[in-house]
Design a binder for this molecule. Sequence first.
Ligand SMILES: [Cu+2]
Length: 270
Amino acid sequence: MYKNAVIYVILYAFSITFISCEKSENKGEENPELVKISGAVSGNQSFKVELYARDTLFEGYNKLFFLITDKETLKPLSEATLNLEPMMDMITMKHSAPFENPAGVVNTDGYFEGAVVFIMPSSNDMGWTLEVFIKTADKEESAIIDIPLVRSLEEARKINVISAIDETKYFVSLVEPAEPEVGINACEFTIHYKKSMMSFPAAEGLTMEIEPEMPSMDHGSPNNENPVHTEDGHYVGKLNFTMTGWWRVHITLKEGDEIVTDDAYMDITL
Ligand SMILES: [Cu+2]
């Protein structure tokens, strides 16, 4: 009898271990591991900044995750005001890019979350840096992170649009779906415009219409929802891909009743 009880206890302990393993694995799937991109130390040596992302960086909208450590206490910061300044050095000139500054506090995993729309891929002689200005209760310093590579994608996740109204240059980026699936996908785009070489504000007042088409089979799909502006230049809607293969999502942008563009598109293959 005693022997049996011991076996039950052991089996029970195993099952608990098994269940808790399974749980943590599931959590991992929802929140895939981040890739370390680069890092830097701030000007007065007070902070170490480490940059992470969901994947290596690409031309388009990249969510960025910052881990900032106080070099004196070796503790990670949980609160700070961060300002980002992406910069591309093209030898004869420099330009910035659209970005989203992190909120003042870290997420549940300890990262400050921000974003940059890299509007060009890097090449051998043209690269990106990202300056992070850090302000805490008693310090104000900045760190310049060298961005090792911004890939250009075979299937662009960012397109440039020149307005038919006034030649304003817009950058339309796909945020979601990051991994498109057959069926109805929540979709999210960002739209920014070029105010100057150093200023790329969010375009908040546009109307966006989307129409997926399968060019090789000459059909579209029902039940799409045109993205609507939520905040900070983010437009949220629905995209329906009824089968796998190559889709072309036609994009029309309007400012009031006037057409900004009616022949833009983004290809999505699934
Ligand atoms: Cu450039």
